[in-house]
Design a binder for this molecule. Structure first.
Ligand SMILES: [Zn+2]
Length: 146
């Protein structure tokens, strides 16, 4: 059993999201009824409830919407401190993605962020986020595959 909590990557709602990530693409759900994007993916629009939604490709850039730093360890796979970021997608700012950065970086609301792809055990690829000006990826460590 992995000490890292792995996402469900094969169900109807999330499967296409993780399949795209394995190809190095970031996708999100777009609602044709209200023309807004949303994340976490689902069959119905989070804003208006319409089922007239589709997958769209994203550029993989966004701006920092908010963040919080965790100092109290709640799981052995997530050493503290780490910072959970919420990124508003460029071109579809209603679609907001979660990411996780090691430590407690000095962030500013609206700073440019970019996606990168973190490969977890069992081949799951998780889109994650880092500041555009970061010279390196500083994500949480992932355990070796079993
Ligand atoms: Zn909608």
């Amino acid at each position: 059993m992995s000490e890292f909590i792995e996402p469900v990557d094969f169900d109807r709602d999330t499967g296409p999201f993780f399949a795209a990530a394995r190809e190095g693409r970031l996708v999100y759900r777009h609602c044709r009824a209200c023309a807004r994007g949303f994340q976490v993916p689902g069959q119905y629009c989070r804003h208006c409830g319409s089922a007239d939604t589709e997958w769209r490709d994203a550029e993989g850039t966004g701006t920092l919407y908010t963040w919080t730093t965790v100092h109290h360890a709640v799981h052995p796979g997530y050493p503290t401190p780490y910072t959970v970021v919420v990124v508003a997608l460029d071109g579809a700012p209603d679609a907001r993605f979660l990411g996780c950065v090691r430590g407690e970086p000095l962030f500013q609301v609206g700073q440019p962020m970019r996606v990168w792809y973190q490969t977890l055990a069992d081949g799951v690829v998780l889109p994650n986020w880092q500041p555009v000006d970061a010279g390196h990826v500083d994500a949480l460590p992932t355990p070796d595959p079993p």
